[in-house]
Design a protein around this ligand. Structure first.
Ligand SMILES: [Mg+2]
Length: 229
């Protein structure tokens, strides 16, 4: 039997996009003359782009700022994106077990594809423009067994899809925040993923059959989705 797919978030899970994100916000600030505090942005990495921009722009100007941000991001992603430790090995571990490694991200598909290409990562499938609860819908459709991500929203999506929630504390959120959102396991980096995945598959990974204890409310929280870049 083919093992069920494993889903991965992209930003701050497989790739370190922090520098590209911060530089793109600096570009938005320079182009619009609006002061954007980098520390504020950095403390919330992982929230939806429109929600972050709402901290700095009135509602009527957000979509304009989104367009400026995306223009900068497309130019900056290749030089400023790096692969997080263990990312390639994590995808390889899934593949060598015969399963598909699938990236499910809030980023638009083009930006996600270019980001993956720039760091030499090639998942078996890619789903873009999927925010919090939409990630759960993709996981359910795939019959995935595991979702790996760096935000509480990722853990809530895994729980909503009844798949095994694996948190990686490589973004802006702590291990305790990820556990509170339902992470069954929290890794300091993806370096620990192959061993964890081996132990999970040794126990048998049913398609979407895990029911993770959710300690946080299962709802979409403002700013709880991954960044659209
Ligand atoms: Mg992320």
């Amino acid at each position: 039997m083919i093992p069920p797919p494993v889903g991965f978030d992209l930003d701050m899970t497989l790739i370190d996009s922090r520098r590209a994100i911060m530089a793109s916000f600096a570009g938005v600030a320079a182009d619009t003359g609006v002061a954007i505090d980098p520390a504020g942005v950095d403390s919330r990495l992982g929230i939806k782009l429109q929600d972050e921009l709402a901290h700095w722009f009135p509602p009527g100007e957000i979509e304009h700022a989104v367009r400026i941000y995306r223009r900068h991001y497309l130019e900056l992603l290749a030089p400023l994106t790096t692969r997080l430790p263990g990312a390639a090995e994590a995808l390889a571990a899934v593949r060598s077990a015969g399963a598909r490694a699938v990236v499910i991200t809030a980023k638009p598909e083009l930006t996600a594809r270019l980001s993956l290409d720039s760091v030499g990562l090639a998942p078996d499938e890619l789903f873009g423009e999927a925010h919090g609860p939409e990630k759960a819908a993709v996981l359910i459709t795939l019959g995935a067994a595991v979702y790996v991500g760096d935000t509480p929203a990722d853990m809530l999506a895994a729980a909503a899809a009844s798949v095994h929630a694996v948190g990686v504390a490589t973004g802006s959120f702590s291990a305790s925040e990820l556990r509170a959102a339902g992470a069954a396991h929290v890794l300091h980096s993806l370096d620990g993923f192959p061993a964890l995945y081996a132990s999970l598959t040794a126990r048998g990974l049913p398609h979407g059959a895990y029911h993770v204890a959710v300690k946080a409310p299962l709802r979409t929280r403002r700013g709880a989705a991954a960044p659209r870049a």
